[in-house]
Design a protein around this ligand. Sequence first.
Ligand code: SF4
Ligand code: SF4
Length: 170
Amino acid sequence: MRIQSGNKILKLLVDKRIAILAISGIALYFAISQYHISLWYIVLAGILLGFIFGKVFCRWLCPMGLIMEILMSMNADGKIKQMYQYHKLGCPIAWVSGWLNKFSFFRIKLNTDSCLNCGACDKKCYIVAMEPAKYSLYKPKTEKPGDSYTCSKCLECVAVCPNGSLTYKV
Ligand code: SF4
Ligand code: SF4
C-alpha cells in the first residue's frame, strides 16, 4: 500500500517534471543573476543532491537543462534527442552526480518476483534505446541504466511500470 501511494506521487511528479524544471530553473536563474548567489553554492548543492538522489539536478532543477529541453522539443526528432540525452557531458554537477548514480541513497530498484517482463520500462529509457544489447531495466545479465553515468533520473521507467515492480527508493 505504501509503495503504491509512493508510486502514485512519483507518477504525478514525473507527469509535471517539465513544469517543476521550469519553476526551479527560472527561480535558480534569478537567484544567481539578481541576488548574486555564488555558483559554487549551486554546484555544492547539486552534488549534495547527487549523494541523496543521483543525477537529478539536470532534469529537475537546472536553468540550462530547461533551455536544452525546450530546444530539443522544438527541433529534434526522437533519435537526435536520444543521442543528446545519452552523450551530453554537462557540467561539474552532472559529472559528479552522474558518477554518484551508482552510490546514491535513492536508486531505481527492480522487484524480479513481481515483474511482468512487459518491457514498458525499457521503451521509455533513452539509455536502453541507444544500447539495447547492453542495458535493460528488467532483463537479467544486462547493465542497469539507472546506475549509469548518463541516467538523469527522468524516472519515466518507474512511472510507466504497471504494477510497481520498479521503484525509486532508498
Ligand atoms: S530514470 Fe529510468 S528511463 Fe530515465 S534515464 Fe534513468 S533508467 Fe532510463
Ligand atoms: S515495466 Fe515493470 S513489469 Fe514491465 S518489464 Fe519493466 S519492471 Fe517489469
